[in-house]
Design a protein around this ligand. Structure first.
Ligand SMILES: Cc1ncc(COP(=O)(O)O)c(C=O)c1O
Length: 446
């Protein structure tokens, strides 16, 4: 039933609704609503019965009359803060007796909707969404380690993850030991009484190594494991079910999946997530509500997208292997990948949409390929867009390593990272065939 504003007997000093327009998640990380009163954020602030001046009318504008139908899509709560009725309500909300929000840096319904959905998909108790993947890592580190503590980290990680750890070593006295993720046996020997955290990627960037998460958890003997599952996503692997404590993602990638969001998320046990949320707020790495809303929209198609990109990536990986310009293809779904057996065990639904390959012609060949592909498979220093893109790890995600480190880890000058999108695999194959052909043309010309 629609109630017209002019017919309301009395206007409250703030919006009051018959029914909340926002779905309340059963997994939300604050205690459930303890009040029966619900609010409609679109109810007017300008009661027509009490005429006010033009300035006041304008300043209090932007609202509409109360209504009872629910929106079919969740609203975006673009608000810096939330109006509070009384000091009693402030106490009730801050103590958790009453469900509410105070200030968007500390929490917002769009944050909560997205983070709690990811937590459910990952099989975690709670989650917090942040301004970027790096924001999520910052909040986790600030909540779990302090000067003098020791962290174990996989040798090959997203470049900025290593850079952040090295920064904390240089400036804040953190101790970090890097280990080869393939050498699970070494992990146990590296644990010290000061070891507070171990960091790995479920599927690594850019060489697509698969981490033996159950093996690493066993070797850690109780040290919390933080897994960057950006390449894996909960549609392919759920690290918490394999013993990990925390999982984080660059939401800018698959969870959103449309190349138009910058956000991060971390999920894990309720108590730890509370601390991480507090750090996110303190360091100001909170997400923004609209990007959280966009990420929620992207998340709806995650399982379908991951199934599709996994199938296409396997087809394209096999195709690339047969091309003369390509010396090596890194994709765990290929039988000759060193982690293929592990992938069959840990990634039974598919290995995802990321693959890398080496070109025999090195940097010059990469440049020719990128120029030839520019209008169909663009060079874009990100991944997991709906369209297929290529990137160059030595010049983007891993440029902060020295050339010697990159060479040691297998990130050569001819390495191309391919992020498979939702196009028809046959079209991708012919685009890549044409692009690789251009390298030959370039070589001949040169
Ligand atoms: C595997 C992985 N983890 C973390 C990040 C960092 O995420 P963001 O760029 O959202 O800060 C990235 C970014 O490319 C990534 O590829």
């Amino acid at each position: 039933m629609l109630r017209l504003a002019g017919k309301l007997e009395k206007y409250p000093p703030f919006p009051v609704a018959k029914r909340a327009n926002f779905r309340q998640s059963p997994d939300q990380t604050t205690p459930p609503n303890s009040i029966t009163r619900e609010r409609n954020s679109m109810a007017p602030h300008n009661p027509p019965e009490s005429p006010v001046s033009e300035a006041t009318l304008a300043a209090r504008g932007g609202w509409t009359e109360e209504f009872t139908t629910r929106t079919s899509s969740p609203p975006v709560f673009l608000t810096t803060a939330f109006d509070i009725e009384s000091l009693e309500q402030l106490d009730a909300v801050t103590s958790g007796r009453e469900k509410g929000y105070i200030y968007t840096r500390d929490g917002n319904p769009n944050h909560e909707a997205f983070a709690s959905d990811v937590a459910r998909l990952e099989g975690a108790e709670a989650g917090v969404v942040t301004a970027s993947g790096m924001g999520a890592l910052t909040a986790v580190l600030m909540a779990t380690v302090q000067s003098g503590d020791h962290v174990l980290a996989a040798r090959v990680l997203y470049g900025r993850t290593g850079q952040l750890l090295n920064h904390l070593v240089a400036s804040f006295g953190l101790k970090v030991t890097y280990f080869d993720v393939a050498d699970v046996a070494s992990v146990g020997q590296l644990v010290t009484p000061q070891t507070k955290l171990c960091i790995v990627e479920s599927i690594s960037n850019p060489l697509l190594e698969v981490a033996d998460l159950p093996g690493i958890v066993a070797a850690l003997g109780g040290v919390p494991l933080l897994v960057d599952s950006t390449f894996g996503t909960p549609s392919l692997i759920r690290p918490i079910s394999l013993g990990a404590t925390l999982v984080w993602h660059s939401v800018s990638k698959y969870l959103n999946g449309h190349g138009d969001v910058m956000a991060g998320v971390v999920v894990g046990p309720y108590g730890l997530i509370r601390k991480i949320r507090a750090m996110s707020s303190l360091y100001g790495v909170n997400a923004n509500p609209f990007e959280s809303w966009l990420a929620s929209r992207g998340l709806r198609t995650l399982p379908l997208r991951m199934e599709r990109v996994s199938q296409t990536a396997l087809t394209v990986a096999r195709f690339l292997k047969s091309q003369p310009q390509v010396t090596r293809v890194f994709y765990p779904g290929l039988e000759d990948h060193p982690d293929h057996a592990l992938a069959l065990r840990l990634l039974p639904r598919g290995c995802g949409g990321m693959l890398s390959f080496d070109l025999s012609g090195g940097r010059a060949a990469v440049d020719s390929l990128f120029r030839a592909l520019a209008h169909v498979i663009p060079f874009s220093p990100t991944l997991a867009d709906a369209r297929t893109t290529v990137s160059y790890p030595a010049g983007t995600s891993h440029k902060f390593m020295t050339a010697a480190e990159r060479a040691e880890y297998g990130i050569g000058d001819g390495l191309v990272r391919l992020s498979i999108g939702l196009e028809d695999p046959a079209d991708l194959q012919s685009d890549l065939m044409r692009g690789l052909g251009a390298i030959d043309g370039h070589s001949r010309a040169g």
